[in-house]
Ligand binder design. Structure first.
Ligand code: SF4
Ligand SMILES: [Zn+2]
Length: 341
């Protein structure tokens, strides 16, 4: 799962304590292709992420302690009927499905539950998040067949938390456990299954300077040309109970400046989705506290409208913290790990 949650346009229903409900579900709007569509976002409670090791991730702690496949399927089917009762599908164009790991991992989401979810969202554009190793052509194709009623050219997108196109950064800074080549293979498998590809990139993982991270995201966006149909930028936030939180508490990590996020979005040659989690707070992408609200709203507006003029106007704004950001870009030095003991 990537670093993503919530929206200012949403109505939010959280169900953390009740296993018969998803972890959260809300309606909102998203730009998909060149259109703004009404969306339902669902975070299902599942068996949990099989990788379970990324340095910044707390979602991996959300898992049902179900005994076996049958019990897990039963709990997931209960979440499907909860959704059916509360969210009439007539007004929804697109459903985004997250788990606390990978929707296409059969251990995390048993096939029977996956099929039931597919029947519920038939006729919608579906975006389902997964790690690349679970993008198996037959599995994805059979899900696509369930949801596809002929309404959309591309009814399904697999969404992969690539984080960066740089294998070294993905391994050392994030501990993600897969490579660029694994991602490429998964993208090919998705295409063979008749699905598109959405990719999440992470701005400012631990151990990178502000400038290094900006350059990393920009080069990742370029590397995804012709591969990803959609890119979503996630500014790294400090989640509870993570290794990243440990560094942050010791003053060894600062989430990215909102100035950096603006400059990445403006340098990108294509539209990038972005809705900073915990934006404006010390645990999320933030500036000085005075200009945060305006910039965050602008980033969210841009995410929907694609209006680059808005980004230019925001980046042209002045605030005392802009000088601070420029100083950081010039003077921050990389995290230095000794090579010997
Ligand atoms: S793959 Fe990593 S980021 Fe995704 S849920 Fe698992 S531990 Fe978290
Ligand atoms: Zn400011």
């Amino acid at each position: 799962m990537s670093n993503r949650r919530g929206s200012p346009y949403s109505t939010h229903v959280a169900g953390e304590l009740n296993e018969a409900r998803p972890y959260a579900a809300w309606t909102g709007s998203d730009r998909i292709g060149n259109r703004v569509l009404s969306t339902l976002t669902v975070i299902l409670k599942t068996g949990g992420c099989s990788w379970n090791r990324c340095r910044m991730c707390s979602y991996r702690h959300v898992r049902l302690g179900a005994a076996g496949e049958g019990e897990l399927a039963r709990l997931l089917l209960a979440q499907v009927s909860w959704l059916k009762d509360r969210f009439p599908m007539d007004n929804i164009d697109c459903v985004k499905i997250y788990t606390s790991g990978s929707f296409f991992d059969p251990v995390e989401v048993p096939g029977a539950a996956r099929d039931a979810i597919g029947s519920l969202v038939r006729g919608k554009i579906v975006i389902a998040e997964t790690r690349p190793e679970f993008v198996v052509t037959d599995r994805v194709a059979s899900f696509r067949e369930i949801i596809d009623d002929g309404s959309h050219d591309l009814p399904l997108y697999v969404a992969i938390g690539l984080e960066t196109s740089n294998d070294f950064i993905r391994e050392k800074c994030i501990n993600k456990g897969f490579s660029w080549d694994d991602f490429l293979l998964a993208s090919k498998a998705a295409r063979s299954a008749g699905a598109g590809v959405k990719t999440y990139l992470l701005a400012k993982p631990p151990f990178l300077t502000e400038r290094e991270s900006i350059e990393d995201v920009v080069s990742s966006i370029n590397a995804l040309r012709g591969i990803a149909d959609m890119i979503s930028l996630n500014p790294c936030s400090v989640q509870k109970g993570t290794e990243l939180e440990y560094y942050w508490k010791r003053g060894e990590f600062r989430p990215p400046y909102l100035w950096s996020i603006l400059s990445i979005l403006l340098r990108a040659e294509r539209h990038i989705l972005c809705d900073p989690l915990s934006g404006g707070r010390t645990r999320g992408a933030h500036n000085c506290g005075t200009c945060d609200r305006t910039i965050l709203q602008g980033i969210r507006d841009y995410s929907l409208s694609g209006d680059r003029g808005l980004l230019e106007a925001l980046l042209g704004m002045d605030c005392t913290c802009k000088k601070e950001w420029e100083f950081v870009l010039e003077n921050e030095r990389p995290y230095c790990m000794p090579l010997t003991r």
